[in-house]
Design a protein around this ligand. Structure first.
Ligand code: HMG
Ligand code: MG
Length: 306
């Protein structure tokens, strides 16, 4: 079976916008449960301004504890600038992701820089990360639509991807920040971007606002993409992108991929344990489109063994 690679972004994208405070211990436990379910790669946190995103203020404590507890787990952290990189490196991070939006306004709202400055700062941060020997990813956000400027021009997305590759990004993560894309658009846009980014270095990051996250992931699979971001329980959303719902749920993506003949290495019962834990922490029901069916399967399996 062909393998796909999933990065679970629940600890970062999922927790960055929650009303309920989540302790560092609980974040660590969530990541432990994800790893126990077979998740091999997580985006653990972000080194951003604690004034902008107080939920991620404990990044400097979390990362060393995480590396000590789960040394085999591939762990990435989001950094918006050189200061974030410096903090991440001091905490022992081995992989970083920068976030460049393809439009002027989204960059201003998210990281308080225009497109030109955001491009330069992201490029400098990638170059410095490479010098430090870290693995690198570069998000290209609002790659389909911008909540402030409407449809994003393909040429703008191509230019951002090309610049991030040139600056040394190991992986380009094409992000549907507000979850507005549909599968036909995904196929078309990824087909065009494959001319700029080698397909094996292209990842996709879908939000599920309109219920098309899994369909979009399928379109990406058909376009040859094998690297996916997803979030256990479907939690997530950028606090600076109005209308953004959670990421495509990891359990939905795993179910779709495995049933379609791709291996993920992730156990669905294991993921349910992580989701149950996150649900207790966040004190509200979580889960993607398939969660009711998945829980029913688990209950049936439990009943048959008792
Ligand atoms: P700014 O206010 O313009 O920054 O914020 P500044 O350089 O003028 O500095 C202001 C203060 O912040 C200073 O401290 C700096 O030291 C400090 P003060 O002198 O006032 O005490 N500072 C920092 N502190 C900690 N870590 C840092 C850092 N940088 C500066 N890295 C900044 C600019 C980028 C920092 C701010 O706007 C910020 O942190 N934004 C947060 C952005 C964010 O986290 N967004 C959500 C993640 S992106 C996302 O969700 C999309 C994604 O999922 C993909 C998709 O779905 O599209 C990735
Ligand atoms: Mg996101």
């Amino acid at each position: 079976m062909e393998r796909i690679h999933i990065t679970d972004v629940a600890p970062r994208d999922g927790l960055q916008n929650q009303q309920v405070p989540v302790s560092t211990d609980a974040k660590l436990q969530l990541i432990r449960l994800l790893a126990a379910a077979g998740v091999q790669s997580v985006e653990a946190t972000s080194f951003v301004s604690p004034k902008a995103v107080p939920q991620m203020a404990d990044a400097g404590d979390l990362v060393p504890r995480l590396h000590a507890a789960l040394p085999q787990l591939r762990t990435s952290v989001l950094v918006p600038n050189l200061k974030g990189l410096e903090r991440a490196h001091a905490a022992g991070a081995q992989e970083i992701a920068v976030v460049l939006s393809a439009t002027e306004t989204m960059n201003r709202k998210n990281i308080n820089m225009g497109l030109e400055q955001a491009t330069e700062v992201s490029a400098q941060t990638l170059a410095e990360a490479r010098r430090l020997g870290l693995r690198t990813r570069a998000y290209v956000a609002v790659a389909f639509d911008c909540p402030f400027e409407g449809p994003t021009a393909l040429t703008a997305v191509q230019a951002s991807c090309a610049r991030m590759l040139e600056a040394g990004a190991g992986e380009i993560v094409v992000a549907d920040t507000i979850g507005s894309a549909a599968p036909g658009q995904v196929r078309q846009r990824l087909g065009a971007l494959a001319g700029t980014v080698p397909i094996e270095r292209l990842a996709v990051h879908f939000h599920d606002t309109r219920g098309m996250g899994v369909a979009n992931a399928w379109a990406a699979l058909q376009a040859g993409v094998r690297r996916f971001d997803a979030s256990a329980g479907g939690i997530g959303g950028c606090p600076f992108a109005p209308g953004a719902a959670g990421n495509v749920a990891t359990e939905d993506l795993v179910l779709m991929a495995e049933q379609s003949g791709f291996a993920t290495g992730i156990s669905l019962p294991g993921l349910l344990e992580a989701i149950d834990f996150a649900q207790d922490q966040l004190q509200r029901p979580l889960g993607g489109r398939a969660i009711t069916w998945l829980r029913r399967q688990r209950d049936k399996a439990l009943a048959s063994t008792s």
